[in-house]
Design a protein. Structure first.
Length: 430
């Protein structure tokens, strides 16, 4: 069972680096043979967590037959209405069978108790076609699912993609009221559970009453074209001005293959851009783990079953890939490489370095007991003096190719080496 101790998660006193794949729509959309194949693939790549929405994901593919969590009435205009007092036990029994497959593979589920579309006044209200959950149904629903699923030792996401900032797009007072009830009911049903909140992208505003009750801080640097620096600015702020001393995890990096939200022209995030967010996050304080995703697995797009089409309210420009193709994306192996590297060379953790390269905040650096690490999103020369360092020898890892080369240093400056994308400088302090 996972526990939070200090700045990290541990499994039976062994450091646990949270490496999650995101499969929000799993319970409603995946048949068991496909689920086993998917889990086996991700397990082989080093993933140890799968992030799942317990209820139907509002912007995922249409559910399989009898894969609704509650009794449902569907309307001709595409809307649907749940009777939240009438639980579909077959749905939850199937979910338990899926979680049992994860347990066989020693993988941890991270389960969202109540996604934002079930809460009134959230930013996604204008997109959703289902009804929101009545407040008096929260306690019986949460109590039921927590008691059913706690045998699998999950991580509990209290919220799903909801922020608590009054930015004109959401009502934080209603969200606070709802999630206060969710957290209260969940902790009563699983007092030894591990709890966090899944906050909407580029935000880290969590009411202090919730901060005091979480086991780790989850944020998402998300998918905004202009907001990718939040991968490192958020953990720096959490460790700095907010003095949060628990584990920090970027549980939603930009998804590989997804539309770059608000980009001037239609573009997709590449494996390089996912790596950039990941390395800058872990070197800036979010070194307890990461959440990866692909545009095709989280909504579970299955082109073999065209009747299981994506919901018409899908709010991104570009079409998703088939989930099978997503399993071939190289970003997953990059994340496995990062996880193994951190556990080998910084098992006791990392401390961000305050100095950054002049006029280039995208370069991030941190140190462990024996090493200094400098992430270079663009291949180039590095003047170590700007980081307050005197360096005679170093290694450089090509993060695209996962190859290692000796650095060439002259006058305390690392010369350009043949790396076409990003690299990691490794300096042995000993």
């Amino acid at each position: 069972m996972l526990k939070a101790k200090g700045k990290y998660l541990f499994n039976d006193d062994k450091r646990f680096f949270y490496l999650a794949d995101t499969c929000w729509g799993a319970f409603s959309s995946i048949k068991m043979p496909d689920w086993r194949y998917y889990l086996d693939t991700r397990k082989s790549e080093g993933f140890n967590v799968i992030q799942i929405n317990i209820l139907r994901q509002w912007d995922s593919s249409a559910p399989l037959p009898n894969r609704e969590p509650f009794a449902v009435t569907e309307y001709d205009n595409g809307n649907y209405e749940y009777n939240f007092a009438e639980i579909n036990k077959q749905y939850f029994n199937n979910a338990k069978n899926m979680l049992q497959e994860m347990k066989k593979r020693k993988m941890t589920p991270a389960l969202v108790l109540l996604w934002g579309n079930y809460v009134p006044g959230t930013w996604m209200s204008k997109f959703v076609k289902n009804n929101t959950m009545p407040f008096d149904q929260i306690e019986p629903y949460v109590t039921y699912v927590v008691k059913e699923f706690k045998q699998f030792n999950p991580i509990w996401f209290v919220s799903g993609d909801v922020g608590f900032t009054d930015n004109g797009k959401q009502d934080p007072s209603v969200a606070t009221k709802y999630y206060r009830e969710v957290l209260k009911a969940a902790k009563a049903a699983d007092p030894d559970g591990l709890f966090t909140f899944h906050i909407n992208g580029e935000s880290h505003d969590l009411p202090q009453e919730f901060v005091k009750q979480i086991d780790f801080y989850s944020y998402q640097s998300g998918h905004g074209y202009t907001g990718q620096n939040t991968a490192f600015t958020i953990p720096l702020s959490l460790r700095g001005s907010q003095d949060f001393q628990g584990p920090i995890i970027d549980t939603e990096l930009c998804y590989e293959g997804l539309t770059k939200m608000n980009a001037p022209t239609p573009e997709r995030y590449s494996a390089f851009e996912v790596r950039k967010a990941a390395w800058r996050a872990v070197l800036s304080g979010a070194d307890a783990g990461l959440g990866y995703g692909t545009f095709g697995i989280w909504p579970w797009n299955d082109t073999v079953r065209p009747e299981q089409k994506l919901e018409p309210n899908f709010n991104v420009q570009l079409v998703p890939y088939d989930w099978r193709d997503c399993l071939k994306f190289r970003g997953a192996n990059d994340m496995g490489f990062l996880k193994n590297f951190i556990l080998k060379y910084a098992p006791e953790g990392l401390e961000p370095l305050e100095h950054v390269i002049k006029d280039n905040s995208s370069v991030r650096a941190a140190e462990s007991s024996h090493y200094i690490f400098i992430y270079l999103p663009i291949a180039g020369i590095v003047n170590f003096s700007q980081l307050g360092l005197k360096v005679d020898h170093c290694k450089l890892i090509d993060l695209k190719e996962h190859t290692v080369m000796d650095g060439k240093i002259q006058n305390n400056t690392l010369k350009l080496l043949p790396i076409t994308e990003d690299g990691l400088v490794v300096i042995n302090k000993d």
